[in-house]
Design a binder for this molecule. Structure first.
Ligand code: FEO
Length: 406
């Protein structure tokens, strides 16, 4: 894939390929490499560039731009996303095309100067219902924040029925044939990308889909992986399915208790808490031994739970590793509206419970109760306290108003 590629009569793919990359953004495996997609649209009155590429590939990008237009013809640059894999060539582009006006979302404004490394740019912030006209083309802007950064947006080229979706509908999947109907099977990469980039923002995905659903979309020009032109609806429906919460329990809220235990003391606490929650018929409690739970299963359980309680003893002044694994996988979880709490038995110093509690607060869980700590073997009275802890936590998850602890 060396030169620019026509998407349709007026739209060109000017992205670049990174076939050898095997890890993206620290956390993602990229078995098939990736691409940094960028587009150029020609109109009778000038050119619009949609996003740029990672800096180390900018020479290829500029060669493609130069094969299609003079820099003086570039009237506008639309930056759907300022992450460096898409804005790396922006500083150089603003030097080569100093009169081009940049369009960004309002949230992107504080970042633009440092990303573009320039004080002399003309830019405008845009959002849903704002339009840009150039020649016979109409571009409608769409606010689609958090997909995948707070400043991300999309746009729609009306006459061509093309959605520029930003990271949405992307996949880390390089194939020189570029279009979804020509490349190999990239379904695994499409789903993996959704799970790592979009999954923590499911409610924002649903909001974006409600904007996209008002449009007649023939082609999705995304920022990574194959351009989607064969059956865009298939991919839109997949996002809808993955982002829609299933209500298997007819409105009953779920509270999941995760624990690890050395001598059954924390387990006994977990079971009393479980019984306390289950005493409320409008709740469903689940209980899991973390030492035998895979991360993928942790995430599904966390996703369907409104309340999460974590129990652990303190070992060598720390929280045992399976709990840290649970806490670290929460970076892929939408935490909005979730409640958390902690408990545990301890022998000596007992720091684990506070550590877990602080972590839940830092993750923006609502943590309404002081953690429940028991020295060594819980007495009958202490197990009753655990039962009541479960009752109280359940009532709060069910809507009882309380002040949150700091
Ligand atoms: Fe492809 Fe969020 O950058």
């Amino acid at each position: 894939m060396s030169g620019a590629i026509k998407v349709n009569k007026d739209i060109y793919y000017i992205g670049v390929s990174d076939p050898d990359i095997r890890t993206f953004d620290i956390i993602m495996k990229t078995a098939n490499g990736t691409t940094y997609n960028s587009y150029l649209v020609k109109t009778e009155e000038g050119v619009i560039i949609f996003d740029t590429v990672k800096k180390e590939f900018q020479d290829q990008f500029f060669a493609k731009v130069e094969s299609l237009c003079d820099y003086k013809d570039i009237k506008y640059i639309v930056m759907h996303h300022l992450e460096p894999d898409h804005s790396g060539a922006l500083p150089e582009l603003t030097k080569k095309a100093p009169n081009a006006k940049i369009f960004i979302s309002p949230m992107a404004q504080p970042m633009l100067k440092s990303i573009a490394q320039s004080d002399n740019m003309e830019f405008e912030t845009v959002w849903t219902n704002k339009e840009l006209k150039l020649g016979s083309k109409t571009l409608k802007f769409l606010s689609t924040p958090n997909l995948h950064w707070p400043e991300t947006m999309s746009s729609y080229l009306v006459e061509d029925k093309v959605l520029f979706s930003g990271d949405v509908f992307g996949s880390h999947y390089y194939d020189s044939r570029v279009f979804d109907d020509l490349v190999g099977d990239f379904d695994y990469a499409f789903k993996y990308y959704y799970e790592h980039i979009m999954r923590p923002f499911k409610s924002d995905v649903i909001k974006a889909l409600s904007l996209y659903e008002t449009l007649d979309i023939d082609t999705i020009c995304n920022l990574h992986g194959p351009i989607i032109r064969n059956n865009p609806n298939k991919y839109i429906e997949l996002y809808k399915k993955w982002s829609t919460k299933e209500d298997r329990h007819h409105g009953k809220k779920i509270i999941s208790i995760f624990y690890v235990t050395s001598y059954k003391n924390t387990k006994d606490m977990a079971e009393s808490i479980y019984n306390g929650i289950e005493s409320n018929e409008s709740l469903i409690a689940n209980i899991y031994d973390l030492t035998a739970l895979d991360e993928e299963n942790m995430l599904s359980i966390l996703e369907e739970s409104t309340g999460i309680l974590i129990g652990a003893p303190t070992i060598n002044g720390d929280v045992p590793k399976p709990v840290w694994d649970l806490l670290s996988c929460m970076m892929l979880l939408e935490k909005k509206g979730k409640f958390g709490g902690c408990f545990g038995s301890y022998g000596w110093s007992g720091e684990a419970v506070e550590m877990m509690n602080s972590r839940l607060k830092a993750l923006k869980f609502r943590v309404p109760l002081q953690p429940m700590k028991v020295k060594l073997i819980p007495t009958k009275e202490e197990l009753f306290d655990c039962y009541n802890f479960g009752v109280e936590f359940g009532e709060i998850v069910n809507g009882k108003m309380v002040e949150m602890t700091l």
